[in-house]
Design a protein. Structure first.
Length: 475
C-alpha cells in the first residue's frame, strides 16, 4: 500500500467510526504534510482518493470536508459483460434521430457532448483570431494545408514532450476536430470486413465510423473504474482476427473510466506483441480532477502501434474544430486520406489557437476549468443522491464531465429521454453506446453543460421522472 492510500484509509476509518462527522473539515494539506512528514503531493493524492470514494468534497479556497453522503456513497455500476461475439453495426440512424431530438435550445442540455461554452476564454480566442490573421502572410493560407499550421504542430509536439511523450512535428496531422482524426486513423489501418475491438459501452461515434467503413465490432467487458478487461483483450488479439482497436482509456465516454497506468502499459505491450494498431481517443485527457495529468497509452508505446488523437474542442475552443492525430508510421496514409476527404482543416482557427497558446494562459485556463468541473460533478452527484430512487448506480469519474447512471432494469432510457425533453431536460440514453442497443436502462449525463443551479434543477427533474417509473411499476 502506498503512503497516500494508507493515509486515505486511516481518514476513511475515522469517518466510519464517527470521529470525523459530516461537515467536519479535514486537516489542511500543509498541516497534514508537516505532521506526517510526507510531501504535500502525497496528501493531495490521499484527499483526491477520498473524494473519488465520495466521502469528502473540496470547497473552493476552504479545504476538504466530510460529505453528507459519507456513510452511504452511491454505488458504482459493475463491469459490463457483453457477449464476446462479432457484431455488425447499424447504429447511425438511431444516433441521428436522438441527436436531432436533443438539440432544442430551450432544454437544459445534460445530454450534450460539450461543457458549457461559458467556461471557455472565447473573448481571448476571438482577439487571437484577429491578431493571427492580421499577421499571417498570404502564402501561409495554402502553405501547410495538408498537415496543418506548422507553428501549431510545433506547440502540440512541445506539449507532448512536457508530458514525457516523444512525437515528431512531422507525424502530427491537424484535422477537423478529433472525430476527423479518429475516422481517418481507423480508415488508414483497416479494410472493409476487418474486426475492430471496442469498449462496452463505447462512444457512439466509434460505432458510426465502424458502420460507415463496413467493419465489424467486437465489444469487450469494460470496468467503470479501470476500463477494458485485459484478459478479454488478450484473448481477442490472440485469435489473430483483430485488425485494430479503438479505445478511450482516459475518462472514457460514456462511463468516465480511467485505466491505471500499469493497465495502460500492459495494453501497450499487448498491442506490440500482436502487432495490432490502437486508435487512442484522448479528447478528455487535460480535464483531470487529480494532482497529475494521466498519461495516455501512447506514453508506453515503444514500437509505434498507437495513433494518438485529441483536440482543443473539449478543453479550449468548442466549435473551432481543431484536432490532430499523432499518427506515427501511418502519418502518410492519414495525410493521403485527408487530402481525399477534406484536403485540410480551416486555417484561421488553427492560427487563432496557435496565437492563444503563444500568449500563455492555457494551463491557467485548464486549472480553472478542471476545478469548475470537479465542483460541478459533486453538485450533480449530490442532486442524484437526493432525488433518484435507492439502488441507482453512478460512476464517479476522476476527469472529463460525464456521469453514467445505471437505473432499475425495467426503465427504457429512450422513453425516459422523451419524457425528460418534455420537461425541459435532455439526456443521452444508453442504447446509443452499443452496437446491439443494450444498456437500455442506463443514461449518460453531462455535469459540465450548465451552471450549477441548472444542473441541480435538471437532475431533480430527472430524479422525479425516474421515481415515477418506479411508482408506476409498483402500481
Amino acid at each position: 500500500m502506498t503512503q497516500y492510500e494508507q493515509l486515505a484509509d486511516e481518514i476513511h476509518a475515522l469517518i466510519r467510526s464517527g470521529s470525523l462527522r459530516v461537515g467536519d473539515r479535514l486537516p489542511s494539506v500543509r498541516m497534514c504534510s508537516e505532521r506526517r512528514k510526507i510531501s504535500q503531493s502525497t496528501v493531495f493524492q490521499a484527499y483526491y482518493l477520498l473524494e473519488s470514494r465520495g466521502v469528502v468534497q473540496a470547497r473552493a479556497r476552504s479545504g476538504y470536508y466530510v460529505t453528507p453522503r459519507a456513510q452511504e456513497p452511491l454505488k458504482c455500476p459493475e463491469t459490463s459483460r457483453p457477449p464476446l461475439e462479432t457484431q455488425t453495426v447499424a447504429i447511425n440512424d438511431l444516433v441521428v434521430e436522438i441527436l436531432n431530438l436533443s438539440r432544442r435550445p430551450e432544454v437544459i442540455p445534460l445530454g450534450s457532448a460539450f461543457p458549457d461554452p461559458a467556461w471557455f476564454p472565447l473573448d481571448r480566442l476571438a482577439r487571437s483570431l484577429g491578431a493571427a490573421m492580421r499577421r499571417l502572410p498570404p502564402r501561409k493560407l495554402i502553405e501547410d494545408l495538408t498537415t496543418g499550421h506548422l507553428r501549431l504542430r510545433q506547440q502540440i509536439a512541445q506539449r507532448y514532450a512536457v508530458d514525457g511523450i516523444h512525437a515528431e512535428v512531422d507525424e502530427i496531422v491537424i484535422t477537423n476536430g478529433a472525430m476527423d482524426a479518429l475516422n481517418l486513423s481507423l480508415q488508414a489501418v483497416t479494410e472493409p470486413g476487418d474486426l475492430v475491438l471496442v469498449e462496452s459501452p463505447t462512444f457512439y461515434a466509434s460505432l458510426q465510423a465502424i458502420e460507415r467503413l463496413k467493419l465489424r465490432a467486437l465489444p469487450l467487458p469494460t470496468s467503470p473504474t479501470e476500463g477494458v478487461d485485459l484478459a478479454a483483450m488478450e484473448a481477442a488479439l490472440a485469435s489473430g482476427q483483430v485488425r485494430a482497436c479503438w479505445f478511450m482509456p482516459t475518462f472514457q465516454n460514456p462511463v468516465g473510466a480511467l485505466a491505471p497506468e500499469p493497465h495502460k502499459q500492459a495494453m501497450a505491450e499487448l498491442l506490440a506483441r500482436y502487432q495490432v494498431p490502437l486508435i487512442e481517443d484522448d479528447v478528455y485527457g487535460d480535464l483531470y480532477a487529480g494532482a497529475h495529468k494521466p498519461r495516455p497509452i501512447k506514453a508506453f508505446d515503444k514500437q509505434g502501434w498507437v495513433i494518438h488523437c485529441a483536440s482543443f474542442s473539449k478543453s479550449l475552443a468548442p466549435g473551432y474544430r481543431v484536432g490532430w492525430a499523432a499518427a506515427g508510421r501511418w502519418t502518410r496514409a492519414v495525410e493521403r486520406l485527408k487530402v481525399m476527404s477534406s484536403l485540410s482543416a480551416s486555417v484561421p482557427p488553427q492560427a487563432a489557437i496557435s496565437d492563444y497558446l503563444a500568449q500563455g494562459g492555457y494551463d491557467l485556463h485548464l486549472r480553472r476549468l478542471r476545478q469548475t468541473l470537479a465542483l460541478q460533478r459533486d453538485v450533480m452527484m449530490d442532486a442524484i443522491a437526493e432525488s433518484f430512487p435507492p439502488g441507482t448506480r453512478v460512476t464517479r469519474p476522476q476527469g472529463g464531465y460525464f456521469l453514467w447512471l445505471e437505473l432499475a432494469p425495467h426503465i427504457d432510457a429512450i422513453a425516459l429521454m422523451r419524457q425528460a425533453l418534455q420537461a425541459g431536460v435532455s439526456l443521452m440514453p444508453g442504447q446509443l453506446f452499443s452496437a446491439d442497443r443494450r444498456f437500455s436502462h442506463c443514461i449518460r449525463l453531462n455535469f459540465g453543460a450548465a451552471p450549477a443551479h441548472e444542473i441541480t434543477r435538471a437532475t431533480h427533474i430527472l430524479g422525479a421522472l425516474v421515481r415515477g417509473w418506479a411508482a408506476g411499476r409498483q402500481g
